[in-house]
Design a protein around this ligand. Structure first.
Ligand SMILES: Cc1cc2nc3c(=O)[nH]c(=O)nc-3n(C[C@H](O)[C@H](O)[C@H](O)COP(=O)(O)O)c2cc1C
Length: 192
């Protein structure tokens, strides 16, 4: 029997991303975001939901651009750090020893240490309440060769930081089945 819990955010786990922006003075900043993800395939789009109190909010609003980077597990402390201090008070790139690299396509930086980066141009903004959803078109993806298999992104090699229950960071678990495939065994053709 299900128990009604009222309105809640109840869909963990989510990827932990690092969102790169420039502030109003052109300084690079980076913020952790778990409220976000891939939103469209064609054209490719990604979104992050950001509270207006964040410096990142001002950065995206000012430059109409952001980067969404996937940190790998060895970067878990840096990922957490970028989510507990604000660029209003801290130079997070400097203090975390992450290296800001300017995107050549959009006015936003990304941390060089992240193996996977999406360079996004702001497409739409949606006010949701506590957070504002910034939807960006992914103009380009930058990937370290080390996370590719036959030229394609190999997520197991990316080894992403996953934000999960009990405010925990997790790595990916076991693959349990093949998507677009395992469900086929439930097909019931006519006459069966
Ligand atoms: C795991 C984790 C996930 C977070 N996800 C979000 C998020 O999706 N949106 C948001 O506005 N803040 C999120 N935060 C909080 C911001 O990262 C944090 O307030 C940060 O200091 C803001 O930095 P800024 O002011 O430099 O932009 C998250 C923090 C952590 C630790």
């Amino acid at each position: 029997m299900k128990v009604s819990l009222g309105p809640k955010c109840a869909a963990l786990p989510l990827p932990a991303f690092l969102v790169g922006t420039y502030d109003g003075n052109g300084n690079p900043n980076v913020m952790t975001a778990a409220w976000g993800g891939i939103l469209s395939s064609d054209p490719p789009a990604a979104g992050v939901s950001v509270r207006p109190t964040r410096l990142t909010f001002d950065g995206i609003s000012a430059n109409k651009a952001f980067t969404v980077s996937v940190p790998s597990i060895p970067l878990v402390a840096e990922t957490d750090y970028c989510g507990i201090v604000s660029g209003y008070q801290h130079n997070k790139f400097g203090e975390s020893y992450l290296t800001p690299v300017p995107s050549t396509l959009v006015k936003a930086p990304y941390p060089d240490e992240c193996p996977l980066v999406m360079e996004c141009r702001l497409h739409k903004t949606l006010e949701l309440g506590s957070h504002v959803l910034f939807v960006g078109h992914i103009l380009n993806v930058l990937a370290e060769e080390t996370v590719l298999t036959d030229g394609e992104i190999d997520t197991l090699k990316t080894n992403p930081v996953v934000y999960g229950p009990d405010q925990g960071y997790f790595s990916l678990g076991e693959k349990v089945a093949k998507a677009f495939s395992v469900g086929k065994k439930l097909f019931r053709g006519r006459g069966e």
